[in-house]
Design a protein around this ligand. Structure first.
Ligand code: GTP
Ligand code: MG
Length: 323
């Protein structure tokens, strides 16, 4: 089954790409990723995050049009953490991305996590790998900025765009929430909005208060609906990419992304197994002894009680053996 899928994938059949992503989403993609991983690392991966309604999907559509005009192939991943079971592109995005659906060199997909060990981020990272291995020149990942997801996108993408909404009053809020650190490019979208210049000034003054070593985030303004400013936005992406490569920062960045992904998978597996052991624990244990028993089950010695207390340790071991 995998062999057929791999052959179709390697032959460039987009249905095979779609099937491969579905498999990864449902936690059955390990062998596929293993086979295709050597083909990854070539795509330019760009994350786009920002508050709901800022125009991420409209920007994505405009960027796709822009890079397609340059002859580049594109994969788009739309991550919606609020609807983990959504499948296929979301309705609004369907409309906004409609013009690209008929283009065979654009592959659009929305993500759900379902059974993936690494959660939504893990499934997304797999989808990025698959699109990369499939040969897409550019992979765009759109994710709503609600909590953890925007931070995680920076772990997956080489270049992170943070879109901000003029007049929303949330610029300070957004920038406080650790987003300033992840932005390689700030995008003030809806530049037709009367507060757009004000927001640009706010971002500039916030950046002046910080010390950047290496890359200083670019600040561009766009009007995604009209396609205005997309050239400058894409220039900033290309400059960041060039900086990553010239400075060698790309190696560190990819190393960190790899570590993050491995951690997600390993911890995901461990968490499940820990849950299984906890479910089987006796009712009369205190939490420290219980934690030691869990650890011992995985061969990890020296938990809280086990340290320096031979009798307790023996008791814990006996319990573990009995499990
Ligand atoms: N005035 C103006 N409206 C825009 C611009 N870009 C997008 N919009 C509008 O803003 C609304 C939200 O756009 P989306 O692209 O769906 O925003 P989003 O960030 O993807 O939204 P979510 O996926 O729901 O978080 C739509 O009605 C767009 O037409 C712009 O440059 N100017
Ligand atoms: Mg959207």
């Amino acid at each position: 089954m995998n062999d057929d899928l791999l052959a179709a994938f390697r032959a460039g059949d987009p249905r095979a790409l779609a099937r491969a992503i579905s498999r990864c989403e449902s936690g059955r993609g390990a062998e596929l990723i293993r086979a295709l991983y050597p083909l990854t690392g070539r795509a330019l991966t760009v994350g786009l995050t920002g508050p709901p309604g800022v125009g991420k999907s409209t920007l994505t559509s405009a960027i796709v049009a822009y890079v397609r005009a340059q002859g580049k192939t594109v994969g788009v991943i739309s991550v919606d953490p609020s609807s983990p079971f959504s499948h296929g592109a979301l309705l609004g995005d369907r409309i906004r991305l409609a013009e690209h659906f008929v283009d065979p060199d654009v592959f659009i997909r929305s993500m759900a996590s379902r059974g993936h060990l690494g959660g939504l981020a893990g499934a997304t990272a797999d989808a990025v790998s698959l699109m990369d291995a499939f040969g897409k020149d550019i992979v765009l990942i759109e994710t709503v900025g609600v909590g953890q997801s925007e931070i995680e996108i920076a772990e997956v993408a080489d270049t992170t765009l943070v879109a901000l909404q003029p007049g929303s009053g949330d610029s300070v809020q957004v920038l406080k929430a650790g987003i300033l650190e992840i932005a390689d490019v700030f995008v003030v979208n809806k530049s037709d909005h009367p507060m757009a210049l004000q927001l640009q000034r706010e971002i500039r003054s916030m950046m002046e208060m910080l010390d950047f070593s290496g890359w200083v985030p670019a600040l561009v303004s766009t009007q995604a609906l009209a396609g205005t400013g997309i050239d400058k936005l894409w220039d900033a992406v290309v400059r960041h990419d060039a900086w990553l490569r010239e400075s060698g920062a790309i190696r560190e960045k990819r190393r960190a992304a790899f570590a993050h992904r491995v951690r997600q998978l390993a911890v995901g597996t461990l968490e499940r197994r820990v849950e299984d052991v906890i479910a089987d624990l006796a009712d009369d244990l205190d939490p420290y002894a219980a934690s030691d028993i869990v650890l011992e089950t995985f061969g990890v010695h020296g938990g809280a009680i086990a340290t320096g207390n031979t009798r307790a340790r023996t008791a814990v071991r006996a319990t573990v053996k009995g499990l």
